[in-house]
Design a protein around this ligand. Structure first.
Ligand code: ADP
Length: 674
């Protein structure tokens, strides 16, 4: 038998975000036409723009869009798609979806529906693993037939601690670690409720909890001609609440013997279940012992690290075997070269309980392509909602050794800046720079339970150079204004000169409730102040969104965003927001000035969104100014009525020009004033 059992020319990607873009890229390279799908929230999304065509699925809630089998199949019909790639998440591990795709006469880029069904359940997958001779985690006697009865927390043969998990589970949901008998009943009950709500199935498993283990998983690939190969392993032990944060290949702590055991167990399991396409067999490795955890019957989020070290394109191979072609290589042809590490960028606040974040990212700057691969779906101006998974990008770096890859990834995160939307980039950067990571000591519960892990989740101190840099930039803005220059403060590469004798420029900053005063010498670049210094700062190089500064002889790369009320300085991936309690924050100052909305910097009017007579609310955007290559929203200082709109798009404004006057509602002015 040869190729073309199910040939297809058009692929629908039933997903969104970075993974939809990733699949579209390889599909295009394979010569396929691509169809994107989208919810109302994603009409303008990057994956929609990049596909050859796009079909709307429905409203924003996933249940009515990306999780609707009916809507996805309808999209395939109207677009003439002949195959569907599910990505990860959403419908990717739904056996009913895989079956429905087949019944509709389309090719599902994944394993057969029966395999998805069996491996999608941790209890059934365990049984397959046992049949294939793969070691599994000891299961509690409490779990009769793999099903725990919370009414009988009697004899626990495996001993405590145990982990309670949902048989139908995923994404760490429905998991509870139980350290002693008295906690068991409550844990079972809450896990059961969570499992029922998340998966519509409340079957639970109780396993021995393996402390300080490492999560090591094996990538497998199988075609429909009987060939099953592995692409070696990934270590995904850096986790928070059983969710992966940083992954790498190869695994840094296992012996060759354990590696052979893992890879052969994964291949045996894939053969046993009649696997096809790409899949991942997950294991826990504790004290040199290997235990099967589960199998994921889809492409993993972390597949790029395997691609970097093997040089293979996993999506391309998925499409190939889905088309019925044989794998174009054998096991002996798969070689691992060097090391790769991936960091997952989430829209979340790591320093405030990892709460998911929403909002518009005003500035997004990714590392240079020669530094790292970025699989993302976020650009300047992108809006992130909490309707979907908070993963916005993955940054993947490689190198000849683990240490080289780690250094490259740290440098890549240093080049990354996301402003306006809170992400975990700074957290990832400090984690990767830690000695615990460098020494490969981070195990699966380190971030959740180890004191050093807990410290890594605390907001770090503001870097010493941060406020001086902010003061220096603000002084430059001021100096530019005084010399009537209309360009950005970075407009000249050779420092800046004032017409008259150099007077020190005073700047005030506020951080964490404390105001500091700074004096900046515009000729020497010396910054001194109540909060630190003296430091000498000079401009080395100015890029599109980034500047390189010489700070006391050390070159610092940063992205700086100045707006009316704050300055954001991004250092080592972390944006530090400093308030400007000074004259450049006009709408915050009391008196008649606060009726006026003035240009906080010299710039060009991009839009005027209100006309005199309009009723406006505090914070409402009245117009947009472009200054220093940034868009600056001019906002209403209080509830009121627009009395005057004194500019039109295209107007050049000087600092302090009045753009709008808003007559406050009775009594609101006093409240608005500080
Ligand atoms: P999910 O499908 O929800 O991702 P997994 O079974 O893959 O669940 O487990 C996710 C993570 O939970 C693992 O990587 C590991 O950190 C932890 N875990 C699961 N089972 C155990 C166990 N028996 N002992 C210790 N940790 C475990």
């Amino acid at each position: 038998m040869t190729a073309t059992a199910h040939p297809f020319d058009t692929l629908l990607v039933a997903n969104r975000g970075e993974i939809a873009r990733r699949v579209i890229r390889s599909a295009r390279e394979a010569g396929l036409a691509t169809v994107a799908v989208y919810s109302d929230d994603d009409r303008e999304a990057l994956h929609v723009r990049e596909a050859d065509s796009a079909v709307r699925l429905g409203p924003a809630p996933a249940a009515q869009s990306y999780l609707s089998i009916e809507a996805v199949l309808h999209a395939a019909r109207v677009s003439g798609a002949e195959a569907i790639h599910p990505g990860y998440g959403f419908l990717s591990e739904r056996a009913d979806f895989a079956a429905a795709v087949g019944e509709a006469g389309l090719v599902f880029v994944g394993p057969p529906a029966e395999v998805v069904a069996v491996m999608g359940r941790k209890d059934h997958a365990r049984a397959v693993a046992e049949r294939a001779g793969v070691p599994v985690v000891p299961r509690s006697e409490l779990a009769a037939d793999g099903v725990a009865d919370p009414r009988q927390p009697a004899d626990n043969a495996v001993g405590f601690p145990v982990i309670v998990k949902a048989a139908a589970g995923g994404g760490g949901k429905g998991m509870r670690i139980v350290r002693a008998e008295p906690e068991l009943r409550a844990a079972l009950e809450s896990a059961r409720r969570e499992a029922a709500a998340a998966f519509g199935d409340d079957t639970l498993l109780i396993e021995r909890y393996l402390e300080n283990g490492r999560h090591v998983e094996v990538q497998v690939l199988a075609d429909c001609h009987g060939s099953v190969v592995h692409l070696f392993e990934r270590d995904c032990s850096v986790q928070r609440r059983h969710q992966k944060v940083i992954e790498e290949a190869p695994a840094p702590t296992i012996s060759e013997a354990v590696r052979r055991q893992l890879t052969s167990a994964a291949v045996a399991l894939a053969r046993e279940v009649g696997y096809r396409n790409a899949g991942t067999v997950e294991f826990l490795v504790a004290n040199g012992e290997v235990f099967f955890l589960e199998m994921n019957t889809r492409l993993q989020v972390e597949h790029p690290v395997t691609e970097l070290v093997t040089g293979l394109d996993l999506v391309r191979l998925q499409l190939l075997v889905a088309a019925g072609d044989p794998l174009p290589f054998g096991q002996d042809d798969v070689l691992v070269t060097g090391h790769a590490i991936e960091a997952r960028v989430y829209a979340e606040d790591p320093y405030s309980g990892f709460l998911p974040q929403a909002g518009r990212a005003t500035i997004v700057r990714w590392p240079r392509p020669e530094r790292a691969r970025v699989d993302g779906a976020l650009e300047s101006g992108s809006k992130v909602t909490t309707a979907y998974d908070p993963l916005v990008a993955k940054i993947i770096a490689g190198g000849p050794t683990r240490e080289a890859a780690r250094r490259n990834l740290v440098a890549a995160l240093d080049e990354t800046a996301v402003v306006g939307l809170t992400t975990n980039v700074g957290f990832l950067r400090s984690l990767l720079a830690s000695s615990a990571y460098q020494r490969a000591e981070i195990h699966t519960s380190w971030l959740d339970a180890d004191p050093a892990g807990a410290r890594a989740c605390e907001m770090p101190e503001i870097p010493r150079v941060c406020e001086p840099i902010a003061a220096w930039v603000l002084a430059r803005v001021t100096a530019r204004v005084e010399t009537a220059a209309r360009h950005s403060p970075f407009g000249t590469a050779d420092g800046w000169r004032l017409a008259g004798p150099a007077a020190r420029i005073p700047v005030e900053l506020r951080y964490a409730g404390t105001t500091s005063s700074w004096q900046v010498d515009p000729v020497t670049g010396e910054v001194r102040g109540s909060g630190g210094g003296p430091l000498r700062i000079g401009l080395v190089e100015r890029g599109e969104d980034r500047v390189r500064l010489d700070v006391d002889g050390v070159v610092v790369e940063t992205t700086i965003v100045v707006d009316a009320h704050q300055v954001t300085v991004t250092l080592q991936g972390q944006p530090w927001v400093l308030e400007r309690p000074d004259a450049f924050a006009p709408s915050k100052s009391p008196g008649t000035a606060s009726r006026d909305v003035v240009a906080p910097m010299p710039g060009t009017v991009l839009s005027i969104d209100v006309v005199p007579g309009d009723r406006v609310a505090t914070g409402q955007v009245l117009g947009v100014l472009e200054a220093m290559k940034m868009e600056l929203a001019l906002k209403a200082p209080h509830n009121g009525t627009v009395e005057r709109a004194g500019a039109v798009p295209g107007d050049q404004l000087a600092l302090g020009d009045v753009v709008f006057t808003v007559e406050p509602d009775e009594g609101t002015l006093e409240q608005a004033a500080p």
